[in-house]
Write a protein that binds this ligand. Structure first.
Ligand code: CA2
Length: 151
């Protein structure tokens, strides 16, 4: 039995669907979870889907993923623009990491243009709404298959 894909969500994403629908859409985080579960099931995999408003907890989960996950999909939300500690934790992983943003941070305010997560990620998906989470699962699976074939 394969390890789950960890889908980790950072601060304020618990508000998804409640505010700023013009940026983030109308779906709730529970809806996003359902999309991820279904997409992973199509690949014969499971997901461990979590959200936190605390930086340390997010880092603890990334560390947990070292042993317990087959890949990580992470929407770091605001911590992507601020957290060296999150960058360091992600750099310690040897599994695929997909950074996923609902909006396109590069098309928004300048303070969203830098990501501490991108240099540690295998790939980045942004600007496609919550559908991006499904593509992130596909991307993680693709990289897992490629790394198995190479070993
Ligand atoms: O586009 C994304 O997914 C972001 O990661 C979302 C973050 C933002 O800081 C990043 O620049 C881009 C914000 C998450 C807050 O989500 C909310 C959702 C609904 C209402 C208010 C906030």
């Amino acid at each position: 039995m394969s390890k789950p894909i960890f889908v980790l969500n950072g601060p304020n994403l618990n508000l998804l669907g409640e505010r700023e629908p013009h940026i983030y859409g109308h779906e709730s985080l529970a809806d996003v979870r359902a999309r991820c579960v279904a997409r992973a099931k199509g690949h014969g995999l499971t997901v461990e889907f979590r959200q936190t408003n605390r930086e340390g907890e997010l880092i603890d989960w990334v560390q947990e993923a070292r042993l317990e996950a087959s890949a990580v999909v992470i929407n770091p939300a605001g911590y992507g623009h601020t957290s060296v500690a999150l960058h360091d934790a992600l750099k310690a992983l040897d599994i695929p990491i997909i950074e996923c943003h609902i909006s396109n941070p590069a098309a928004r305010e300048p303070f969203r243009h830098h990501s501490y997560v991108s240099p540690a990620a295998s790939g980045v998906i942004c600007g496609l709404g919550v559908f991006g989470y499904e593509l992130a699962i596909d991307g993680a699976c693709q990289l897992m298959v490629a790394s198995k074939a190479a070993s």
